[in-house]
Design a protein around this ligand. Sequence first.
Ligand code: AMP
Length: 386
Amino acid sequence: MKNANQPILPGSTLGVLGSGQLGRMFAMAARRMGYRVHTFSPDEDTPTGQVADVEVTAPYEDLDAVRKFASGVSVVTFEFENVLAETAAAAAECAPVRPSGHVLHTTQHRLREKTFLSQNGFPVTAFRRVTSTAELAQAAKEIGLPAILKSAGFGYDGKGQARIYSSADFESAWSSVGADEAVLEAFVDFEREVSVVAARSLTGDFVHYGTVENRHKNGILDLTIAPAAVPETVTRNAVEIARAILESLNVVGVLCVEFFLRKDGHLLVNELAPRPHNSGHFTFDANVTSQFEQQLRAVCALPLGSVFQHSPAAMANLLGDLWEPAEPDWAAVAAVPNVKLHLYGKSSARPGRKMGHLTALAVTTQQALADVTRARYALQPALTQT
Ligand code: AMP
């Protein structure tokens, strides 16, 4: 392996494990700067593969294929955290993997992530490990109800979760989560949800995009408002927590910290995502350096770029539901001049599937939110939006 700390310069080839929209936007940033991109996943004609130079299709368990892939690139990064530890380790035999497999290992499993956070003094809601309905009953007694049961591993977008209001819900919650190991979390009566997308370089430099507000629907991100309308002290605290998390995990790359903001102004960390995040998509259009270019700079051992946001912004996800009863009206969205359309090249639209997003840029966040909501409504007036 080459000297791993040397800058990886334009013209080099970057490897992405995973092939979804995050890899696609990373590949776009990389290709704009003259890099080549190879992507690896079990799928074909993927969002990332469509804009990469090479799309490798093989199972993540095929470690020889992973080694061959990593041998052909200068650095390996990933666009989703559920990459197997063995896959990351096999890649690391042949190329630097950034962030490291250790970051993946900690953040791809809720229980490990929450244990890491609480053991390092980061604020999290009360939680218990649960492996049976009997343990669930005991845990509920200890942390109280309502509570949320979540599968311990490989969960995202609210999948593998069940709300528990009373002991009558124990059996159905346990079977609906369908995992051998789960986490019971105390329900947080939050005022709003915010996140901080941040990046750390190989030399320990840290940048962040401030706090943004996230609104979810059915456990899936629906809207992001940037910046969040929260007091300065909340942003300062959130950024300091994010900085400390990136440092203690020794992250090289982008990591998003999702928070619950309670009515008393107290922040609780909900979740970490060790990669560019849906709540940072607005940076593509609103900031000097997008979260995707920042990821590229970090993993290529380059200096980080300016995070200056030149305009208030709001982002609205486009889920597959919008494709019913008919293809969205793209011309209608083009008629809103301050809204940018992003589509991920996915061929089949299913309800709940992230197909694209819109970003509105305006003089105020309220205006950006109004414009992005109006633009999304124009795509499919048949669908009632709230
Ligand atoms: P997650 O996949 O864990 O981020 O959960 C998805 C969404 O469910 C979050 O963004 C919240 O809106 C909601 N949620 C998750 N955990 C809790 C909790 N402990 N208390 C209240 N709401 C929660």
